[in-house]
Design a protein around this ligand. Structure first.
Ligand SMILES: NC(=O)c1ccc[n+]([C@@H]2O[C@H](COP(=O)([O-])OP(=O)(O)OC[C@H]3O[C@@H](n4cnc5c(N)ncnc54)[C@H](O)[C@@H]3O)[C@@H](O)[C@H]2O)c1
Length: 433
């Protein structure tokens, strides 16, 4: 069998570590990585040096296609330009794999869907969370009908003071780049619910505000690198001290002005850090969803209520048993997942498994214990890559996601952003008309 030829556009941290590295190693028997494209040459050259390969590097996408004739384009740029490369690649009748979010607004979304209809190429969106064994188990249980007819969903997602803060240090902090966290981040969560329920969202109402980051504290400087308050700030990012970050971003910023350590209290931040969304789905299911990006720990909780009972799921992460105001130290310490409820009783052994609990309507409980899988995003990343790069992987639960799923997951966030501004309910399907 001939190997497929892949080009990667947007030699981002994610593009390099999740896709380029794997194509060159675990999937080298079935794949050739034949081109990089980015607006930043220095970053591409650094990636080649790290990967120890001489990948042809381009700043001109069309030239890359003409010279390398790839079968598949992988899009891992910043979110706001995904559509440009997805559309161009589809116009060349190429298959496309894009990172989430598929795009950031309804106009770009429509353009993608319309181009795909005319193309021989196919678009896949990389919803890695779907593939995590724990999240897959929720899908299986719901598909088996454990809760009966589903009536409502309660869903809360918590980002901690490292991961959450990371979005305010860089391009994600501007709506124009990311669509805000209701698109950039919540696309994962809205996709999980769409997939679990096998339903599409219909109506959305939302509140959003900036309570913590942004213009909520005196900003001494545009960025951490030159900040006079560096020694006392809980969010000081030492871009010079972290070798990888320095090489990938600081040493490359002269080319495009991409500053990776912007002040998280900058008045230029215009995304929300506190979000509450109400969604009604096509078969009448109601969801209450919250997303907070400055919580003392990371994790999520969901409850799904139905005619036969209530299913509760969720994962705990990154709890620090002791206060630590140093950003670099917190970044390191949070790598261990600690159960905050057990920690309150003195047990800080790292978490190795997670439970899903089903409470039948009139009493009792059934518990399903799922071992934690290794690899990024709860073991989702590695399973997703097998599905993307290997042939004939069975897909009985429909893990693989196309443009429709990509659209439906972002449009909940896009509708929520509109609702926050207009204070009105927004119909999701109307956005596509
Ligand atoms: N699925 C996941 O769990 C997951 C995790 C992390 C990131 N991501 C996604 O991966 C993508 C990259 O995120 P990141 O944080 O690694 O990014 P990053 O900040 O490391 O890099 C962004 C890259 O985009 C490039 N770029 C910007 N404008 C461009 C343009 N016009 N043309 C070509 N390249 C351009 C930049 O030069 C840079 O190399 C995003 O879409 C993000 O949402 C997904």
């Amino acid at each position: 069998m001939e190997k497929k030829r892949y080009c990667l556009v947007g030699v981002s941290s994610r593009g390099q570590s999740m896709f380029a590295k794997s194509l060159l190693n675990e999937y080298s028997d079935v794949a050739d990585l034949v081109g990089f494209c980015d607006i930043n040459r220095t970053r591409m050259e650094t990636a080649c040096r790290w990967l120890k390969r001489d990948i042809p590097c381009y700043t001109d996408f069309d030239k890359m296609i003409a010279e390398q004739n790839p079968d598949v384009i992988i899009v891992t740029t910043k979110d706001s330009v995904h559509h440009q490369y997805i559309i161009r690649a589809l116009e060349y009748d190429k298959d496309v794999i894009t990172e989430k979010p598929m795009t950031i607004d309804e106009v770009k979304c429509k353009a993608i869907l319309e181009t795909e209809k005319k193309s021989k190429g196919k678009l896949v969106v990389t919803f890695n969370y779907r593939y995590a064994p724990y999240i897959t188990k929720v899908k299986e249980l719901l598909k088996e009908g454990i809760v009966g007819d589903i009536y409502s969903v309660e869903f809360n997602w918590y980002l901690d003071t490292v991961h959450g803060a990371s979005y305010y240090h860089r391009w994600n902090a501007q709506m124009a780049n990311s669509g805000g966290l209701l698109v950039h981040k919540a696309t994962h969560h809205f996709d999980m619910v769409n997939w679990w329920l096998d339903q599409e969202p219909e109506e959305v109402f939302a509140f959003g505000s900036r309570k913590f980051y942004g213009d909520n504290r005196y900003t001494p400087s545009e960025r951490c690198l030159v900040c006079s308050k560096a020694s006392e700030c809980e969010f000081y990012l030492d871009i010079k001290g972290q070798t990888g970050t320095k090489e990938y971003y600081l040493d490359a910023e002269f080319e495009d002005g991409y500053i990776r350590d912007r002040c998280v209290f900058s008045p230029t931040i215009d995304i929300y850090d506190t979000m509450t969304v109400a969604v009604k789905y096509e078969k009448g299911v109601q969801m209450a969803y919250t997303l907070s990006s400055y919580v003392p720990f990371e994790g999520w909780q969901v409850a799904i209520n139905g005619s036969k009972g209530r299913l509760e799921a969720g994962q705990l992460d990154s709890f620090l048993p002791e206060e630590n105001r140093n950003f670099a130290e917190r970044t390191e310490l949070r790598r261990k997942s600690i159960d905050r409820f057990k920690a309150a009783k003195g047990d800080i052994t790292p978490i190795t498994s997670d439970d899903i609990s089903f409470y039948p309507l009139f009493g009792g409980v059934q518990t399903y214990t799922i071992e934690r899988a290794s690899g990024g995003h709860g073991g989702g990343d590695v399973r997703l890559k097998d599905m993307l790069f290997r042939e004939n992987i069975p897909d009985p639960l429909g893990h693989s996601a196309g443009s429709r799923a990509g659209a439906m997951s972002i449009l909940t966030g896009v509708a929520a952003n509109k609702s926050i501004v207009t204070k009105k309910m927004v119909n999701v399907k109307d956005l596509l008309k």
